[in-house]
Ligand binder design. Structure first.
Ligand SMILES: [Zn+2]
Length: 337
């Protein structure tokens, strides 16, 4: 039985070298991380400490990368700086109105603290800006209450997360700075290596930078080295905001490939995630096997009756596959070789 299976596989593979999809096994999957990176890294900053705006935001801007600012809204002194960070693509997220221990509050008070901060950010920065939350003092609120208004919440269990977190309301982060074991660039780079080895998501939690008075500060020189380290290796590290990586994971968790059709040199299918497209609008990275030696690949998606090219198409010759970005629920995806 085993021998039969192996010989059948050999036949299918040899049919797959003739520049047609007929007789090929269908093999498309959503990559664990955007762009096909091996791991993800998110830099998150709590409490709105001054140097997060003065030093971290310009540092990330210079690399074209995005961080997350979890703001305690009562402590915001300069909303213009927050609006500028939002306009540069950084995530403006919630860390309650006044930083209470949410686990000790009544449901009504916890709701006021979380949803009040969310509303204030919507009014002061941009409608819909704040869609994730970090728990003050690492003390989670009731998951169902949080999930009614946020699609992801950051906790601080201190481990590298899996590519699809078990609970989106309790995503692990790792506290950094001089009050932790992760108080230098080499110590934190070891976490990056661990994320790459385990194909996981490393969420770092920072507060103060240099002498800005924030809790558990990190030296800006260390932060510069860390950002440079991950920015220089995009195949290993997808660096993006907490919300963007969480959204990708959520879409991937729910993504389904259906209605596969094969006809000569064309392969097509539908990618759906069943989520609200107004809120979940991040493209997923797909990898599809193609016949060996294919000289030309065209990938399109039919969006609202219009056929459009998709982004990020590249052929991985070593692996005999094409990698590209497609929008879930965005219409039929067509691969033409
Ligand atoms: Zn805090």
């Amino acid at each position: 039985m085993k021998i039969m299976f192996i010989s059948a596989a050999v036949v299918l593979m040899s049919a797959c070298t003739s520049r047609t999809f007929e007789g090929c096994d269908f093999d498309c999957r959503v990559e664990a991380f955007r762009g096909g990176a091996r791991s993800a890294v998110s830099f998150t900053f709590d409490d709105g400490c001054p140097n997060q705006f003065a030093k971290a935001v310009p540092l990330f801007d210079s690399h074209g990368l995005h961080l997350t600012l979890f703001l305690t809204t009562d402590w915001v002194g300069n909303w213009q700086a927050v609006r500028d960070a939002d306009a540069s693509g950084h995530e403006i997220a919630c860390h309650t109105l006044s930083h209470p221990n949410l686990s000790e509050l009544t449901p009504d008070s916890a709701a006021t603290q979380m949803f009040g901060a969310q509303q204030l950010i919507a009014d002061s920065v941009r409608a819909g800006a704040c869609r994730t939350i970090a728990y003050p003092f690492c003390a989670p609120a009731d998951s169902a209450l949080v999930a009614s208004r946020f699609f992801a919440a950051r906790h601080c269990q201190g481990y590298i997360e899996t590519s699809i977190p078990q609970s989106f309301m309790n995503i692990s982060s790792i506290g950094c700075g001089d009050q932790s074991g992760y108080n230098s660039a080499p110590a934190i780079e070891a976490l990056f290596a661990q994320a790459a080895d385990t194909q996981g998501w490393c969420v770092l939690l920072f507060h103060g930078i240099d002498d800005d008075g924030g809790y558990s500060p990190i030296a800006s020189a260390d932060l510069e080295r860390l950002v440079g380290f991950v920015a220089s290796d995009p195949q290993t590290y997808w660096v993006d905001s907490f919300g963007n990586v969480a959204m990708y994971a959520r879409e991937r968790r729910d993504a389904q490939i259906t209605d596969v059709r094969t006809e000569g040199n064309r392969l097509s299918f539908v990618l759906d995630d069943g989520l609200d497209d107004a809120l979940f609008d991040m493209p997923l990275t797909l990898r599809c096997r193609i016949p060996a030696g294919t000289p030309h690949v065209e990938v399109t998606q039919t969006v609202g009756g219009q056929t459009v090219g998709v982004a990020g198409v590249r052929v991985d010759e070593a692996d005999g596959s094409v990698v590209f970005e497609a929008l879930p629920n965005g219409g039929r995806i067509d691969i033409k070789i």
